[in-house]
Write a protein that binds this ligand. Structure first.
Ligand SMILES: [Mg+2]
Length: 256
């Protein structure tokens, strides 16, 4: 989502036409984000505010992927959650009970309101055997005032206190791609991952067996690509350079 369709609440030029062309071609798509703060409906409203009309059921967050994972692993379980509505709603929807009394899991998501009390409780629960899950490993996130500590940084604090690492469900874990593909009833060989980050989007798509397209409309510059031990299938300036129906391997960009 960020850096591909929108950039700080502004739509990437041509993103609306690109999405319309996918739909017009009769193809399915999902918009992925590692941000676990918001529900799909919240994000739908935010995207609409940015001029992009995307149905809520086409939005796949790390919170939804985490809920799907827990539903498959331990249906009807219990969890103590540090996170916001995106995560708590997703867990409620799979029938999880949110509790701080001997939960099966401690689930950490993105939030702007961590308290010392919540972190203390989480540390004690994990030490007492609650399995440690986190929605996404991102150490920092963007804001208009500058970077913010994100889920990965808070997870590091809990890991330091417990000696236990979380299992991260969001990108770059290809599980996020796998659950998304299942949701689309799609196959990796006929699905393309489009992203703006080498270390999350491209690697996750690659490891899930998909072709990948790196767009330069987000965080990555062309010169950064060579530093990675893997490559995207194609590199384009933005989604506006992608023709639906064209072989990904023949994509070229008009942007330098
Ligand atoms: Mg991005």
């Amino acid at each position: 989502m960020d850096g591909v369709l929108v950039h700080e609440a502004q739509p990437i030029p041509g993103a609306d036409r690109f999405l319309a062309s996918i739909t017009a071609a009769g193809l399915g798509y999902l918009v992925l984000t590692n941000n676990s703060m918001f529900t799909a409906r919240d994000l739908q409203a935010r995207l609409r505010g940015s001029g992009l009309d995307i149905p809520a059921e086409r939005i796949w967050t790390s919170a939804l992927a985490t809920a799907k994972f827990l539903d498959l692993q331990r249906p009807g379980g219990t969890a103590y959650v540090a996170g916001e509505a995106g995560l708590t709603t997703a867990l409620h929807e799979i029938g999880y009970v949110l509790t701080d009394r001997s939960p099966d899991y401690f689930v950490l998501g993105e939030t702007r309101t961590y308290s010392f009390e919540t972190i203390t409780r989480a540390i004690r629960l994990v030490r007492d055997g609650a399995r440690f899950i986190a929605t996404n490993p991102d150490p920092t996130g963007p804001s208009t005032e500058g970077l913010l500590p994100a889920t990965g940084s808070v997870a590091a604090m809990i890991t330091k206190a417990t000696g236990i690492d979380p299992y991260y469900v969001g990108k770059p874990n290809p599980l996020m791609m796998r659950t998304g593909l299942n949701r689309l009833s799609a196959h990796s060989e006929t699905t393309v991952m489009i992203g703006d980050r080498m270390d999350t989007d491209v690697i996750a798509g690659l490891e899930a067996g998909m072709d990948t397209v790196l767009v330069l409309s987000g965080i990555t510059a062309r010169a950064d690509i060579e530093r990675y031990p893997f490559r995207p299938t194609a590199v384009v300036g933005s989604v506006a350079d992608i023709q639906v129906g064209q072989d990904v391997r023949t994509l070229t960009t008009t942007t330098p």
